[in-house]
Design a protein around this ligand. Structure first.
Ligand code: GDP
Ligand code: MG
Length: 312
């Protein structure tokens, strides 16, 4: 008799909910995976923008479970020691309050940045799940077992889950695994909410990410990206984004020869935003120097490098 589950226990022990930190160096497929998990609903929630201090990446809700994915800002940049310390702190903050961590890596390439990411989460007492993405790039089915063995050698992961975010392989299994490790608890966000970040924030984040990818170590770490204006019309979204740098000497780096870099990141960011919003996007990016930014808009105009990225 004592083994019988009481009705009140049943209530408590059916719903699972919790926060999951996403850790991984750039290019391993974090965005691709998250976009797939969240589906194409991001545009819907963007209609009710809200400002929260915590910018949650995404909320995945299904029957009886809710996963709230949190970004680890500390892993976006890697430069000298001092910056590392700063980022260490940021990453630790992000991983501290979560219930579990997923470490995403690329099946085809393990780099020192992966070691760095692993270093940051190594000492946690929380479940850490290794997500090995891009499995589609490895030859044949025989690749799975050695890959799992390799990952198990690297760290005592709670689970190693090989996936292909691009081909949508094994992602359902990954979600089941995540839910498995989630604590029991009440639903945190309403069913239809899939982010707490505003589209303004997301737009700036996307631009920042593309900049990072284009510049790597050259990226000025003090760089800030903000969305100045976000206007949504029936068939089109118009976004103005400012890239704030600290010194004039950083400007040629961000802009690139003949505007090559800024043009490229503008196009990449626009495409990602269009996919996300399922709408035509016109993205305008400006590079401005911080000191002059807040108090002199005339100087701004002169300093600002303006590029248009109209959809075609
Ligand atoms: P992030 O920097 O970690 O957010 O990585 P992205 O999601 O931007 O992906 C980086 C690149 O890897 C993009 O070109 C993706 O299309 C590609 N990619 C992501 N997932 C996969 C995958 O499962 N298989 C393959 N072949 N490519 C992938
Ligand atoms: Mg990304």
């Amino acid at each position: 008799m004592s083994n019988l589950i009481q009705p009140e226990d049943l209530n408590k022990k059916t719903y699972k909910a919790g926060y999951i930190a996403i850790v991984g160096r750039p290019n391993v497929g974090k965005s691709t995976l998250l976009n797939y998990i969240l589906g194409e609903k991001l545009a819907i929630t963007s209609r009710k923008p809200q400002t929260t201090r915590q910018n949650l990446l995404g909320i995945y809700t299904r029957e009886n479970a809710q996963c709230v994915f949190v970004d680890t800002p500390g892993l976006h940049l890697q430069a000298d020691k001092q910056i590392n310390q700063f980022m260490n702190k940021a990453a630790r903050l992000a991983t501290e309050f979560v219930d579990m961590i997923i470490h995403i890596s690329d099946a085809t390439r393990w780099t020192s940045d992966d070691d760095y990411a692993l270093e940051l989460i190594k000492n946690t007492d929380k479940p850490v799940i290794a997500v090995v993405n891009k499995m589609d790039l490895l030859e044949g089915k025989n690749a799975v077992i050695p890959k799992i063995a390799e990952m198990t050698e690297r760290f005592n992961y709670s689970e190693v889950v090989p996936v292909s975010a691009l081909k949508n392989t094994n992602v359902e299994h990954l979600l089941d695994t995540l839910v498995n490790y989630l604590p029991y608890g009440e639903q945190i966000f309403p069913d239809d909410q899939i982010t707490t970040a505003s589209m303004r924030f997301i737009a700036a984040e996307i631009v920042r990410e593309k900049l990072f990818k284009a510049l790597h170590q050259e990226l000025p770490y003090s760089l800030t990206v903000i969305t100045d204006s976000y206007k949504e019309a029936e068939d089109k979204v118009e976004i103005f984004v400012t890239i704030l740098i600290e010194r004039a000497s950083q400007k040629p780096i961000v802009i690139g020869k003949g505007g090559k870099i800024i043009k490229m990141i503008g196009i990449q960011a626009r495409k990602e935003l269009e996919a996300l919003l399922d709408k035509k996007v016109s993205l305008k990016t400006w590079v401005k120097i911080k000191d002059n930014w807040s108090d002199n808009s005339a100087t701004l105009q002169q300093l600002g490098f303006n590029q248009d990225f109209e959809g075609h």
